[in-house]
Design a protein around this ligand. Sequence first.
Ligand code: SF4
Length: 436
Amino acid sequence: MPDRIADIWGRRTPFARDAPWPARIDQKLAEGLTDGDVERWVASACTLCSNGCALDIAVKDGRMVGVRGRGSDAVNRGRLGPKGLFGTWQGMQGKDRLTVPLVRDESGELVESDWETAMMRIVARSQQLLRSAGPGSHAFYTSGQLFLEEYYALAIIGKAGIGTPHMDGNTRLCTATAASAMKESFGSDGQPGCYEDIDSCDAIALYGHNVAETQTVLWARILDRLAGPERPKLICVDPRETEVARLADVHLAIHPGTNLALMNGLVRELFVHDWVDHAYAEAHTVGIQELRATVEPWDPESVARVCGVAPGDVRRAAEIIGTSERLLSTVLQGFYQATHATAASCQVNNLHLLRGMLGRPGCGVLQMNGQPTAQNARETGADGDLPGFRNFANADHVAELAALWGVSADKIPHSGPPTHAMQIFGEIELGEIGFL
Ligand code: SF4
């Protein structure tokens, strides 16, 4: 096997537009073992970045002894990046990992315990608080590494069982912009795109998304399109000379803090050149004239002055966006953890709405997440939202959920926005929340 620490993205498997991404099975077994030594393979997933690659875990003598990518899976078609190949199973066998629950003894020291004791302590504390202080005494703050079904079970426990409004997910302090930009533009927090759009697009625009380092297998998919026939055009918006920037047709190395100025300029160019799908915009958007008035001051020269890029590069990027048949855009922390984060990310959505580039193969926006199932936490209601993109302010949505769960609508917290993570921590400090 090649040195996959040095060769991060692995061997190229070029493919053409609309062809299936060829499978390539990446595998790593413990030193000295061969396939014949593996007793069984257990289906799982890599949880080390937000890509969510499917992998099978090799088991021998009851222990993990390696991994391989699953060739049939739509996300990775068998590939694994260096973290999936080495981190998932070797890291989990570190000597510092817990093997039994720990509970605090009377002196406050964490001591080894057993599951029954640990779980019953949780139950006793929970019951005591529910009796004395009610559901608001409980809060949940959840990571982006559970599985979808686990999140949904958690949502039911929190919302239909306990009935607390204090639930939030890791998105809050990571990629909150993804959720707010999608709600602003589309009215719900569901991704209007998928990884297969890479296979079918003819232009890819990456906004503040260094995919080559953050999701190495997703970049391998893009590299395979770039290496194949009908190479898609590539736009990179990133102040740094990243691997993505190195291969881009247009690299807009804008000054930090100027995302929105650039996006206003790109949207303006669509209007100026009439690269607008009027029928689509008429059917699916509101506020076009207000948008046009907002971006009007942002001609390429003004953008160039503020962002520190050449006006010609702004025009070239806009032309790719304006004339491609199928455009895929991705957005990540360079836009999210920045000034005007939601507004700039909404302008990416607006480019697609103006061009009618949503809802068909090769056309989509991926407002990316930072952890593998952060999106699932939100879709299932394990954060502040209600499951299935339901709206707490819509009485029909709450009633439908109550009927599905067999509880009264009053049980499900919906009188106002859910408690966000920072507020939860504040209420813990004040003693309002006694169970996290
Ligand atoms: S790309 Fe992400 S999910 Fe896939 S193997 Fe690498 S770290 Fe794991």
